[in-house]
Design a protein around this ligand. Structure first.
Ligand SMILES: Cc1cc2nc3c(=O)[nH]c(=O)nc-3n(C[C@H](O)[C@H](O)[C@H](O)COP(=O)(O)OP(=O)(O)OC[C@H]3O[C@@H](n4cnc5c(N)ncnc54)[C@H](O)[C@@H]3O)c2cc1C
Length: 427
């Protein structure tokens, strides 16, 4: 610590002022904390929501202003000091607190520290990825640039068939572009959903006119005069493109945690109280790798999730932990993705499922995929079926059963099956 000029070590410094950071600051106040709170981020904008960036924002149905979390009055009234445009590049701490130094040279002292630093897009070392018209999508600047390019683009290529890539592909296709999705794996959204759901999305995007290439091997991005003209595949063919979005996942931001000597394993390792390995600093959101009660028997029982709900719930726990209160992360994970007129809602984690049951007809574009392990429901992907989603989420929360043998009858609501279950058990 002696390397740094001394600054007052008071209050909480939250590094990362988006979903998890905003929730953490709000929760500290809700829990009665009256100490100073600095909610700091490197982006130029006040805290804003990311999910609309690949949805409403690209369609021109949301503006940067409409994405902001809370009003300036909220932060003022709650004495939360919002700092934008400051990137912390050096940090150190001991048991009494520490100092964080920004690239600008500003120093922020703290008694308590929270890392809600999120993740950044995974970059791929591909020839041509620096050409004009090749883009990633994580923040408002990316989205604004993408929205501008989409206005004139004719041929859009999306590298990566995950949620963000498919959301952008669906939006671009709906506005009349020629769209090609290149996915390296044998199926779409393979990390998050079962084959049944992947297969549905493959057909649904193709039905809407998007070309989807699976097992695609992208070898380079071709260009002329500094701008992209196409994407070359392993067989030498070129898919024409004047706009390329690379959406191949994210990498957790661990650089500050590394400086603090914290344990890192696919993100910042935290316990179920959001405490990092130093026992003092907390971490939450996309950057944090936390134990999850629903997967205790799998691997190390931990998972790093990238979702709004996860960021919010972990941040609440982290706030309580900073104040010495006992809180544990035990909520059921859930997630959503909007692709064209298809609303996917996922409840639970399907890790380790041994049975998949289809409820409804995928061709109707309104159905659910239910996942079971040892006869117990553990997760569901619900496509345009919000009631199924709500019911499965409730069942996972309360521990109520939804018998696999009965769910295929779509004339009976899952809610009715839930209610019937105790009677079935008594038989
Ligand atoms: C395009 C897009 C669409 C999405 N759609 C959905 C969806 O439909 N449903 C869903 O549940 N989730 C969705 N997500 C995911 C969701 O937005 C994230 O899970 C959530 O934003 C994570 O919040 P976070 O606070 O952990 O991290 P972030 O939102 O990444 O915020 C972290 C902040 O910390 C800042 N930061 C990092 N390091 C430093 C530093 N050293 N100094 C200062 N600041 C720093 C970063 O710049 C960033 O602003 C989407 C994400 C994207 C990008």
């Amino acid at each position: 610590m002696s390397d740094f000029p001394s600054v007052e070590r008071r209050g909480t410094l939250i590094i990362g002022n988006c979903q998890a950071g905003v929730q953490l600051a709000s929760s500290l106040r809700e829990l009665g904390d009256t100490d100073p709170i600095v909610l700091l981020g490197e982006e130029a904008h006040p805290p804003y929501q990311r999910p609309p960036l690949s949805k409403a924002f690209l369609k021109g149905e949301a503006t940067a202003e409409s994405l902001t979390f809370r009003t300036p009055d909220f932060y003022a009234d709650h004495h939360i000091d919002i700092v934008t445009g400051e990137q912390i590049v050096h940090i150190s701490r001991d048991a009494r607190g520490g100092e964080a130094i920004a690239a600008s040279g500003r120093i922020f002292g703290f008694a308590r520290l929270a890392l809600t630093v999120g993740a950044s897009p995974r970059r791929i070392p591909l020839d041509g990825s620096d050409l004009g018209g090749v883009t990633y999508l994580r923040d408002l600047e990316d989205a604004a640039a993408l929205e501008r390019s989409l206005r004139t683009a004719k041929n859009v290529v999306v590298i990566g068939g995950g949620f963000i890539g498919l959301e952008v592909a669906a939006g671009a296709r709906a506005s009349g572009k020629t769209v090609t999705v290149l996915e390296a794996a044998p199926r779409l959204i393979g990390r998050a959903v079962s084959e049944a759901t992947s297969e549905f999305y493959l057909r649904a995007h193709r039905r809407r006119g998007t070309t989807v290439v699976l097992d695609a091997r992208v070898t380079r991005i071709a260009g002329a005069n500094g701008s992209v003209t196409g994407v070359e595949l392993g067989d030498g063919s070129i898919v024409p493109a004047d706009l390329v979005l690379i959406g191949v996942g994210v990498v957790p931001r661990t650089e500050l945690a590394e400086q603090l000597g914290l344990s890192i394993d696919n993100g910042i390792v935290v316990d179920s109280h959001a405490r990092t390995s130093d026992g003092l600093t907390v971490a939450a959101g996309d950057c944090a790798n936390m134990p999850n009660p629903s997967i205790t028997d799998f691997g190390n029982g931990r998972v790093r999730l990238e979702s709004v709900q996860n960021s919010v719930e972990q941040a609440k726990v982290a706030a309580a932990t900073l104040l010495g209160l006992d809180a544990e992360h035990r909520t059921v994970p859930w997630f959503w993705s909007d692709q064209a007129d298809l609303k996917l809602q996922i409840a639970g984690l399907s890790t380790g499922h041994d049975q998949v049951v289809l409820r409804g007809d995928p061709d109707s574009e309104k159905f659910s995929v239910l996942y079971y392990r040892d006869g117990e429901i553990i997760a569901a992907d619900c496509i345009n079926c919000p009631l199924d989603f709500i019911t499965v989420r409730q069942a996972l929360h309360t521990g109520q059963a939804i018998p696999a043998g009965l769910v295929t009858d779509t004339s009976v609501s899952l809610k009715k099956l839930l209610a019937a279950e105790p009677a079935l058990e008594r038989k």
